[in-house]
Design a protein around this ligand. Structure first.
Ligand SMILES: C[S@@+](CC[C@H](N)C(=O)[O-])C[C@H]1O[C@@H](n2cnc3c(N)ncnc32)[C@H](O)[C@@H]1O
Length: 272
């Protein structure tokens, strides 16, 4: 299953639910007595402080909070990152080990979400790990699931990794550049190159333009526009091998593409 399909299904189900009138199960709250003006004023008040944050911070935080409200905390923590929490986490961890992650390495997990990868990696006792994400609730959950007081988790709001130059053996972006524009992703990937040690590895997964299954996961222009208009969900972006080649050529680095289906996405590996 495509990694993002779970998330998209969650989002589609949100859209379906959002068109329903409040049912009996909602009688405990006051939604049935609210006018459109009340709802608009509430939404405006909630979104105002977020107004000047980048769209990827706003959209992801809003999506996670909506998922918690609709599905409960535990379920939302898995849905927010695409579902199949343990299975996909194991697959991601296996990919990292296959790519040469060593037991004592320092790995940076950009967009670590609710800790799907961290949870799977937490069985490696001497591994060092730093996870960053834009959603505080996801970071808290990741921290709790990994249960590794020696590991670091941090909320970020930009496109930079708060780590020193040449400090990581591996930097990984699982299903993160799929939610940013290519310009933004390039800034983030450049920063990943900065924090990598010589001979370190950068790995990022992405949705490939030439893959019909990946294109389906992104949805039609109509679906995406509707989706954004309704304020649910997040940006979905595809990439082509040519785009990645141009980025790599400009930086004089070599890359290898793997997949396309190992993780439901194609992934790119760059050796520093
Ligand atoms: C599809 S989820 C994948 C989560 C995790 N990598 C995994 O595979 O389980 C994408 C994650 O990227 C995070 N994200 C989006 N923009 C980000 C940014 N600029 N910096 C860090 N994380 C970001 C989201 O909050 C979300 O947790």
């Amino acid at each position: 299953m495509l990694d993002d399909v779970g998330g998209r299904q969650a989002e589609l189900s949100l859209r379906r639910r959002s068109t329903k009138r409040p049912g009996k199960h909602q009688s405990g709250d006051n939604r049935t007595h609210q006018t459109s003006l009340d709802l608009w004023l509430q939404a405006e008040a909630v979104s105002r402080p977020m107004l000047f944050k980048p769209y990827f911070v706003r959209d992801y935080r809003r999506m996670v909070r909506t998922l918690i409200e609709r599905h409960g905390y535990a379920d939302a923590m898995s849905r927010s990152v695409g579902g199949d929490y343990e299975g996909m986490g194991r697959a991601q961890s296996q990919v990292l080990c296959d790519e040469g992650l060593r037991d004592t390495d320092m790995i940076i997990d950009v967009g670590c979400g609710s800790g799907r990868t961290a949870f799977a990696l937490s069985r490696i006792p001497s591994l060092r790990y730093f996870g960053i994400d834009v959603v505080p609730e996801l970071i808290e959950h990741a921290k709790a699931k990994a249960a590794r007081p020696d590991w670091r988790f941090e909320v970020v709001e930009g496109l930079a990794i708060p780590a020193p130059d040449h400090s990581a053996d591996m930097v990984v972006f699982f299903s993160v550049v799929t939610h940013l524009t290519w310009n933004e992703s390039q800034r983030y990937l450049d920063d990943a190159l900065r924090v990598l040690k010589p001979n370190g590895k950068l790995l990022f997964s992405y949705l490939e333009k030439s893959n019909p299954r990946h294109m389906k996961a992104v949805g039609s222009l109509f679906e995406r526009t509707y989706h954004l208009f309704r304020g649910h969900g997040v940006k979905n972006v595809t990439l082509s091998e040519d785009q990645i080649r141009r980025w790599a050529d400009q930086r004089q680095i070599e890359f290898t593409l793997r997949g396309p289906e190992a993780l439901g996405q194609t992934y790119c590996v760059v050796k520093r």
